[in-house]
Design a protein around this ligand. Sequence first.
Ligand SMILES: [Zn+2]
Length: 222
Amino acid sequence: MQAEGKANSIDFAALKGKPIVAFKSWGKHLLICLPNFTIKVHLMLFGSWLINSRKELPARLSLQFKKGEINFYACSVDRIDGSLNEIYDWSEDVMSNNWDSQNAIKKLNHCPGTMVCDALLNQHIFSGVGNIIRNEALFRTHIHPASLVGKIPLNKLEELVKETVNYSRQFYIWRKAGVLKSQWLVYNKDTCHKDKTRIVSQILGKTRRRCFYCSGCQKLYS
Ligand SMILES: [Zn+2]
């Protein structure tokens, strides 16, 4: 392998001739594993990657092999030393086979005063969940985003955890098929398809991200 790029966290000379032993992921972290360390790529808001193709702008990270190359743009690139199993809890990743719903419920019980819209973006509870998934999961379970975790009945909380994971996995399938937007019920919508109420678009919680909700269909637990 040959490597080059603009990422100053990486010593590109050290990558020369090294094999990639595995690709892994934890939530939004793409982990490129080499024999002695790992490169972590996070696409942030505007990042992208291209396989066997290049953009005009310089790559943050470009990995070139005998057959083909992969180029990463506008993303964060970091080096991780040490065992990934010690750094990452795979059971926190909603897409992982090791995902553990009961563990998520336990963690939610530890933050009763947190708004549920913030809890869903906590990557150490729901690794991989972003703004679209949290809004859609809350709408589909009829929970208002400003509800406090500790005020939501346990069965509703379990329903929310289940729907969040279910929606995340559907998200992957829909996105690959190019039909993600057509599945949105509340995200970026103007009116609720159920009761024709105007969808509220509001910055909520400590995470200061935009929430979309229907005050007719979604119950506020506070
Ligand atoms: Zn509604």
